[in-house]
Write a protein that binds this ligand. Sequence first.
Ligand code: ADP
Ligand code: MG
Length: 212
Amino acid sequence: MEALGTEWALDWIRRSAAVIAENKGELSALDRAIGDGDHGENLDRGFRAVIAKLEGASPETPGAVLKLVATTLISTVGGASGPLLGTAYLKGAQAAGDAPGLDGAAVVSLLTAARDGVVARGKAEPGDKTMVDAWTPAVDAATRALGGGGDASAVLEAAAIAAAAGAEATEPLIAHKGRASYLGERAIGHRDPGAQSSALQLRAAADAATGA
Ligand code: ADP
Ligand code: MG
């Protein structure tokens, strides 16, 4: 399969914006249960700003697309998730560099750098009931898929499946970071909104690779 290029990156981000808009209410409902109820609104505001910025820009590489996403999310999303997700896209952009296309190994590097960025910034560990619980299984599954000979698309599909499972697996957890950590055992039974929105974005990346 050909490497994933700028069209893929643009499609990824457009699909992310669409799926975040579609799930805005659900994401805020998740955040109402264990936070302050703004996660869907925060992300939707950010992705709408990203789409508006993309209209006036013509980024020429996947890395340039992701850099635009990063700077826009950092300046528009706010809350805990804005700087964290912004850092994910920024580190992903840096890993992509100025390559015109990304093969499976480059996609694994991108995802790993993004996850490492979130961890460096937020200091959450797996099992803390945060977006790290979507990103870390995604990186692990992507790495395994690459090791098994998977191409960029297969790597992203593995990441998307694992991120969705990781988000679901936050439900029984007690939170150790962010607002949800104030709830103690009352957070049990609720899915982490940031893990859910991260899983949606990784599903968008995989679907953009296959044109699904
Ligand atoms: P806020 O909590 O400021 O209202 P959001 O509602 O937009 O911000 O985002 C909340 C999400 O941010 C949580 O569901 C969680 O996934 C993520 N989050 C919060 N703190 C951290 C952290 N230290 N590391 C990783 N993710 C975090
Ligand atoms: Mg919130």
